[in-house]
Design a protein around this ligand. Structure first.
Ligand code: F6R
Length: 264
């Protein structure tokens, strides 16, 4: 696990976009796992800029999003479909046939639908690079606390903390979704390389428990300790409860000297 400490969200976005861009340049038909949410906005802005400058081609990239709210059609302004369209897909040349986002409008037979999402990932050869945010409660995707570490794509009930965090995005009186379709922790652990991004004090406890705490279903992101290639890219505020900060900085120095590819 590599911990990249940055000053702020801008630096985090630039670093993450740089790593994704390098991966796409190395493998133009990269399978990229994507996340929605505020933390990703800057990353997508940087990727769009690189594309517009002519230095990043998405024409062969295949994408799989982590999750979608149950009950929201793609055109709903709060759906992750809409978020992805607005922030990334409308501005780059990903082939629409290569875009996969769980369908929030499915009804019944959820298991069959979720198995087909897993099958699509397998058929694409697996996810090469997975981008993750993290919830205040340590969720990745919508794998809320107590999610099984071996879980696969499935219907998941959202926790109260997540409902509270989301309520601000919905109009007063508008009911926010109570469930989502999400890749499982087991699905995420099978991806080739993981980049987890976090900013702000509100994420600091979840970050400390994920990186330095025991692996526990109480903090879904702690399961990432079981993955061989995870990079946390976090700002000072999100890193504020880490106890091994000096060590991470020394590792970063040595990484820049010995294996600079991991940083660019
Ligand atoms: C979104 C997702 C979630 C978010 C997390 C952080 O696709 O899977 O796990 O990454 O809730 O959200 P923000 O970035 O809005 O704080």
């Amino acid at each position: 696990m590599l911990v990249i400490l940055k000053r702020d969200g801008q630096e985090i976005s630039r670093q993450a976009a740089q790593l994704i861009a390098s991966a796409v340049r190395k493998k133009p038909a990269l399978t990229l796992g994507l996340a929605a949410g505020g933390t990703m906005v800057g990353v997508y802005q940087h990727l769009v800029t690189l594309h517009k400058q002519g230095s990043l081609d998405f024409s062969r990239v295949v994408t799989f999003n982590l999750d979608e709210y149950l009950g929201l059609p793609a055109a709903h302004p709060r759906s992750f479909h809409h978020f992805m369209q607005e922030n990334l897909f409308a501005h780059v040349n990903v082939d629409p046939r290569n875009i996969h986002i769980p369908d929030g409008t499915i009804r019944g037979n959820y298991d069959q639908y979720c198995a087909s999402y897993e099958e699509a990932i397998r058929k694409a050869g697996g996810i090469d690079v997975q981008l993750l945010g993290i919830g205040r409660n340590g969720h990745i995707g919508f794998n809320e606390p107590t999610s099984s570490i071996g879980s696969r794509t499935r219907l998941k009930v959202l926790s109260q903390e997540t409902l509270d965090d989301n309520s601000k995005f919905f109009a007063p009186g508008e009911e926010s979704p109570r469930c989502a379709i999400t890749m499982g922790i087991g699905t995420i652990l099978e991806t080739g390389k993981i980049l987890l991004l976090a900013t702000g004090e509100a994420k600091s406890a979840a970050i400390a428990r994920s990186i330095e705490g025991p692996v526990t279903s109480a903090v879904s992101a702690s399961a990432l300790q079981l993955h061989p290639d995870v990079t946390f890219i976090i700002d000072d505020a999100a890193a504020s409860q880490l106890t091994q900060r000096d060590y991470y900085l020394r590792v970063l120095e040595m990484t820049a000297l010995l294996t600079p590819d991991r940083l660019s």
